[in-house]
Write a protein that binds this ligand. Structure first.
Ligand SMILES: Cc1cc2nc3c(=O)[nH]c(=O)nc-3n(C[C@H](O)[C@H](O)[C@H](O)COP(=O)(O)O)c2cc1C
Length: 336
């Protein structure tokens, strides 16, 4: 069975990629994912806020140095011993890349271009085979126009593309008003990969304590529907590789993403729920399905159920939707 896959020009042994999660917080965790057979690992994200904190600390150090050299000398060792997130992150990246024989992709969480793009270069220098940009931006201010949100994605991508030579993927949220157009713009701006979709923290309300609780639960297979729809629509319209993330619970979900046209399929929740060893099960299940269906290579599966070229996509979406509703023939829908 030929599972070999090309993702952003990287050759992977199979299309299953471990997406960012607490499982990649340690080298041992990354090694366990690789031992279970994943094609690549994306490390958990380095957050822009961490970078800003370090920049502020560096400024404080520099200022202390100008005021009192002796003081700065005594201060520096303490600062260096502090939990310097970014430096620790780069060290993890370097050790993880050396520990496994599949590509390690670094993830940068960012909301706008800035000097932190230097870290993208540092990630490349510390062994990242590629960079994934996790544009985690929720426009909480209701006056922010959609165009501005979209432009941020393009600007962030352009800044990082300028800074590195390794491939750069960008992970999109599910709430853009025209995902397809944004994908085309990012493709034109040089994105090597588009990762659909990120999941945002959506705080819940605790009615007992009357407090707002941070919440990022694990996904269910239904979470795969939206990213698969967009991957099926985008297949063949962008040069960038397409990565599906969301709702992979078993090998069947993996197969669905490939049929829709994903180059790689990512998993976090299932690996957290069942342990990193579940990656081996996902791959075995994919292989069993392929052999049952007579496929010898993932390349033969990929995109078989993508939206055909030349289709009026809006009409296709609508037609599929209407035919599904008709097929469902559920009384509740008749009111629509
Ligand atoms: C606990 C947890 C931590 C996560 N951390 C990150 C992260 O650091 N960076 C990132 O881009 N995505 C992060 N994600 C999102 C996942 O990488 C993934 O895209 C999302 O959970 C959808 O995939 P799934 O349905 O397989 O979980 C995290 C998800 C969970 C549940």
């Amino acid at each position: 069975m030929d599972l070999a896959t090309s993702y952003m020009g990287l050759t992977l042994r199979n299309p299953l990629v471990a997406s960012p999660s607490p499982l990649s917080h340690t080298v041992d965790g990354v090694r366990r994912l690789a031992d279970a057979g994943v094609g690549a690992v994306v490390l958990h994200s380095l957050f822009e806020e961490q970078l800003r904190e370090e920049a502020e600390r560096a400024t404080r150090l520099a200022e202390a140095g100008t005021e009192s050299f002796a003081e700065s000398l005594s201060y520096f060792p303490t600062a260096a011993e502090e939990d310097a997130g970014p430096r620790r992150h780069l060290s993890l990246l370097e050790r993880a890349a050396a520990a496994i024989d599949v590509p390690v992709i670094a993830s940068l969480n960012c909301v706008a271009p800035g000097s932190w793009t230097d870290y993208a270069r540092a990630m490349q220098d510390h062994g990242a085979a590629a960079i994934e940009l996790n544009v985690y931006y929720l426009p909480g201010d209701p006056r922010i126009p959609g165009r501005e949100v979209e432009q941020r994605h393009v600007d962030v991508l352009a800044a990082v593309k300028d800074a590195v030579s390794v491939p750069v993927a960008i992970k999109l949220g599910p709430h853009l008003s025209s995902t397809g157009e944004v994908a085309l713009r990012l493709d034109a701006a040089g994105a090597d990969g588009l990762v659909l979709f990120n999941r945002f923290m959506q705080p819940d309300i605790d009615t007992e304590t009357l407090t707002v609780q941070p919440a990022l639960g694990l996904s269910s297979p239904l979470d795969g529907l939206a990213p698969r729809t967009w991957i099926a629509l985008l297949r063949g319209h962008v040069r960038a590789s397409l990565a599906g993330t969301g709702g992979v619970e078993d090998g069947n979900d993996l197969a669905k993403y490939l049929l829709a046209g994903a180059d790689v399929v990512m998993s976090t929740s299932a690996l957290l729920r069942h342990g990193p060893g579940h990656a081996a099960t996902l791959i075995e299940e994919l292989e069993a399905w392929m052999s049952r269906k007579g496929f010898g290579a993932v390349a033969d599966v990929r995109g078989l159920l993508a939206v055909p070229h030349g289709t009026d996509q809006a009409a296709y979406e609508r037609a599929t939707y209407v035919s599904v509703l008709r097929a469902a023939n559920v009384g509740a829908y008749s009111a629509w």
